[in-house]
Design a protein around this ligand. Sequence first.
Ligand code: ZN
Length: 316
Amino acid sequence: MALVEGPPETPVAFWYVSWTLFGLIVGSFLNAAIWRLPREGVTMTHPKRSKCTSCDATLTWRENLPLVSWLIQLGRCRSCKTPISWRYPLVEVLTAGLFLLTAKLTGPEPSLLLFARWAVLAGLVVATFVDFEFFEIPDQISIGGMFLAPFVAFVVPELHDSTSLARAMTDPATLAAGGVDRIASLAACLAGMAVGGGILIAISWVGKLLYKRDAMGFGDVKLLAAAGGFIGPGGALLALLVASFAASIAGIANLIRFLCLLRKRARDRGTGKSFGRSLASARIAARYLPFGPYLGIGIGVVLLAWKNVVERLFAL
Ligand SMILES: [Zn+2]
């Protein structure tokens, strides 16, 4: 029981509303990163203000409000009326949703653990959308994450509270008090990076031997290595498992989509192309799926709910 009454507590609803708005604002910065990082001649600081990608008109602050501007302008540029991609509001709403969910799972009061988790998720959102469009993951995210991870693991050891290695390295008294110590967290981070990067290098090496072609991009290797620093070695393996599962479902869905398209075309043109030949073409067309977005899903799931994932997996 508390001996001294604290100040009146801030209602949790206040935090949830604030974090959702904050997520929208961060999402609009992530949109800028998704556009700028993979392109030549622009950086995060140059040009200072965002421009319409179609008519080059510099956007005023009114045209740059997250979500609101897009809705008011009905998804079009105010100067040239060119439609603005739905990716912009999607990234903003997604980031706001992820920030809110993280606050629900971590606790709504501001904490270093909450900020660290947000930072990882923000990086994953950028990696996901750049990979979908360009089939590459920006080094600023993957290599940047690898440099950031040890620092964050040391400052926010709570990140590795459920990493077995960190728990094994922490003395029982500290563990009983509720967490792992900083050095143990740092060790879990470095081991996580080695396992995350190592497992994908091993898989791509085996893939090359078996299929004589590159099965895995090096961007994926760097992304899972960076992620391992935040979710530990076991977390990195689990994230890869979840990612492979998500990618298989997406791969099958993509194959069916191409198959339907090809069958429709064969019917419309009356070419009499056999089902087998359509399936063969669909398999080639559906082969090119980026893996980064699914890695992002796996890493995000493990980061936020990895205990639940393990319990569900072993309950199967
Ligand atoms: Zn325009």
